[in-house]
Design a protein around this ligand. Structure first.
Ligand code: NAD
Ligand code: WQD
Length: 335
């Protein structure tokens, strides 16, 4: 069975390609390498001893997508390709709307032309907005606080409308919580450009000496220690969730939004301390002002994933810290 993976050279995409190849799927990747390197694909091939058909291409190029669907007998698409930096999306909203929304439109049209109507989409817990109370269930009202989040919410709508117009579609909208960690080989991982926006890559860059200290954004939230609480999920658990979602999508028509998280929240200081005791790397930090747009607490209700996908996470916070550090310390400059 052949799966088209858009954005397959990226952080979550590359880990999902490993799981797909290990499970015996043929993998075709389309990525424009705007936020990744081809080396990630080489390393996935090395880990799995399998090969990937790689197209360096933009999903906005619908004619090229049509040709890929013609040249390959594709059973389903896992759609990771997109821009994901919240702050950048506030500065450059049109770039985000074009890349994420027009890109997905182009992909859905190409899928329609070739009669491939099975898609697993990378949505995000960001679609729950600021006002819902954790644990977050999939039926809560959606809202967003930045253009990035709005692209995810609109794409969910686009996919639902597509299904409503043609019930042969099957789509799973995966709402990820906070993916961290790396493959146990230490050869693939998250490789942010410039100053990391997210907590774990910032922590690992402090540990490796690339950054002085971590700014902890606020310690006056209503949480057990005052710092923000999130649902961190190991990227390998997340990748395995995609395989379950793929099987579900291939076997059921309709559209389902499903949370992928652990169901447990940890604070920023829990992360700093767990990283320290797991890796023996102390992390210097200072408490600074809250980051605009942040909420106190966000974690998943995971019952729908258990029920529909028969999936739950297996790896611990210690595993996440250890594997993030293995990747960072062996690849201090990334790929
Ligand atoms: P990533 O940036 O590492 O991977 C995305 C990949 O898509 C990159 O390789 C990039 O080059 C490619 N890409 C972007 N625009 C493209 C285009 N127009 N044509 C072809 N390729 C394109 O990001 P990631 O962390 O692996 O995230 C994957 C998906 O999951 C994204 O859609 C992201 O929004 C979503 N997501 C990520 C997180 C997270 O915290 N990492 C959380 C929730 C949702
Ligand atoms: C986690 C916690 C921060 C950095 C973002 C996106 C979301 C999703 C995942 C894509 C918060 C605190 C962080 C730092 C800190 N991505 N923090 N110092 O904000 O939960 O989610 O990534 O869909 O859409 O918004 O993740 O890792 O940025 O922050 O104190 O230098 O760490 O305030 O409490 P977030 P994060």
């Amino acid at each position: 069975m052949s799966i088209l993976v858009t954005g397959g050279a990226g952080y979550i995409g590359s880990h999902t390609c490993v799981e797909l190849l290990n499970a015996g799927y043929e993998v075709i990747v389309v990525d424009n390498l705007s936020n990744s390197k081809k080396e990630a694909i080489n390393r996935v091939e090395k880990i799995t001893d399998r090969s990937i058909k790689f197209y360096e291409m933009d999903i906005l190029d619908q004619k090229a997508l049509d040709l890929i669907f013609k040249a390959n007998d594709i059973d389903a698409v896992i759609h990771f390709a997109g821009l994901k930096a919240v702050g950048e999306s506030v500065e450059k909203p049109l770039l985000y709307y074009r890349n994420n929304i027009t890109g997905t439109l182009s992909l859905l049209e190409a899928m329609s032309h070739s009669n491939c109507k099975n898609i697993v989409f990378s949505s995000s817990a960001t679609v729950y907005g600021m006002n819902n109370i954790s644990p977050l269930t999939e039926d809560l009202p959606l809202s967003t606080t930045n253009p990035y989040g709005t692209t995810k919410m609109y794409i969910e709508h686009m996919i639902r409308d597509t299904y409503h117009s043609d019930n042969n579609w099957s789509a799973t909208l995966l709402r990820y919580f906070n993916p961290i960690g790396a493959h146990e080989s230490g050869t693939i991982g998250e490789d942010p450009k410039g100053i990391p926006n997210n907590l774990m890559p910032f922590i690992t860059q402090v540990a490796v000496g690339k950054r002085d200290k971590l700014s902890v954004f606020g310690n006056d939230y209503e949480t057990h220690d005052g710092t923000g609480v999130r649902d961190y999920i190991h990227v390998v658990d997340l990748a395995k969730g995609h395989l379950k979602a793929l099987e579900y999508t291939l076997n059921n028509k309709g559209v389902e939004a499903i949370n992928l998280g652990t169901g447990t929240g940890y604070s920023v200081l829990d992360m700093v301390h767990t990283f320290h005791h797991t890796t023996k790397q102390p992390i210097s930090y200072e408490i600074t002002a809250r980051r605009p747009g942040d909420i106190a607490t966000c974690f998943a209700d995971t019952s729908k994933a258990k029920q529909l996908l028969n999936w739950e996470t297996e790896l611990t916070l210690e595993d996440m810290c250890r594997d993030s550090w293995r990747w960072q310390s062996r690849n201090p400059e990334g790929y």
